[in-house]
Design a protein around this ligand. Structure first.
Ligand code: SAH
Length: 254
């Protein structure tokens, strides 16, 4: 693509695919897809996005499927390193942004340790772009001056024990990734830390995709409403008054 970098053989490019809608790919991402020999992607990368891969490129799925545990990180990086050493142009494609709750940093550190040259191409993260598709701005001057991004579970599926709930409860907007399973515990922690139980909560699943679903609830009712609605992962959960702007800004009508 004009003015965009050539993809040298033997390099690994860590690329963000955005939340799903292929229109949210960056020019750098498309430029990479048009040159890569191997595209190693996870489950969050949509079929539309993969459709931009060069014809003849090898598509390799490495991620969680059917509730089975995801491949171990060393296994993934070993594959990336092996492809690079075999002289391939290796595109590691991740949902959203590679450095936001996507283990991109771990993969990049492994590439550094293995002396494999790499580049990082940021993507639109679900916690910003996905919410925008539901008409939820993560900041708005009259509503909130701060936003915090949080993961709802650690590598064991548990609530991360490093979260400072008192500080989190004070953020103007709380945006949570992977939060559905632990929503009851998260709500209890936040309410105990002083967040109002009636604070508006919006849950956006499959954000930006044709099957996007949204539910509006409150902190107190969120876990029950999520269970009752049957809304499925992947979903972003936002907590805060900014969600109320959705009433007027829901341009997609979902
Ligand atoms: N790197 C990704 C996040 C990976 S963690 C990013 O920047 O967006 C996986 C979590 O991301 C999911 O559990 C979900 O909380 C969120 N997520 C990713 N894609 C999503 C989508 N299309 N809709 C809603 N949530 C999404």
């Amino acid at each position: 693509m004009r003015g965009l970098p050539r993809f040298p053989a033997g390099e690994v490019w860590l690329v963000g695919a955005g939340p799903g809608d292929a229109g949210l790919l960056t020019l750098h991402a498309v430029n990479a897809l048009e040159q890569a020999d191997v595209v190693v992607h996870d489950a969050l990368v949509s079929a539309d996005v993969l459709g931009f891969a060069r014809r003849g490129a090898e598509l390799v799925f490495l991620g969680k499927r059917g509730g089975k545990p995801s491949p171990k990180q060393p296994e993934i990086t070993k594959r990336l390193i092996d492809y690079a050493r075999a002289g391939k142009r290796v595109l590691r494609l991740k949902g959203g942004d590679p450095f936001v709750f996507g283990r991109g940093a771990e993969e990049a550190l492994d590439l550094v340790a293995a002396n494999v040259p790499f580049r990082v191409i940021p993507g639109i993260t679900a916690g910003i772009g996905g919410l925008a598709y539901a008409g939820v701005p993560v900041t708005s001057r009259d509503v909130n001056a701060s936003v915090i991004f949080l993961t709802g579970h650690d590598k064991h599926g548990l609530l991360p024990d490093t979260v400072d709930w008192a500080a989190t409860a004070k953020a103007g907007m709380i945006v949570m990734y992977m939060a559905m399973r632990n929503m009851d515990k998260i709500a209890a922690k936040l309410i105990a830390a002083g967040r109002p139980s009636g604070d508006p909560v919006t849950v956006v699943s499959n954000a930006t995709l044709p099957d996007m679903q949204v539910i509006d609830t409150t902190l107190e009712r969120a876990a029950k409403d999520i269970a009752a609605s049957g809304i499925a992962a992947p979903a972003i959960v936002s907590i805060g008054r900014g969600n109320l702007l959705r009433e007027k800004l829901n341009w997609r009508g979902v």
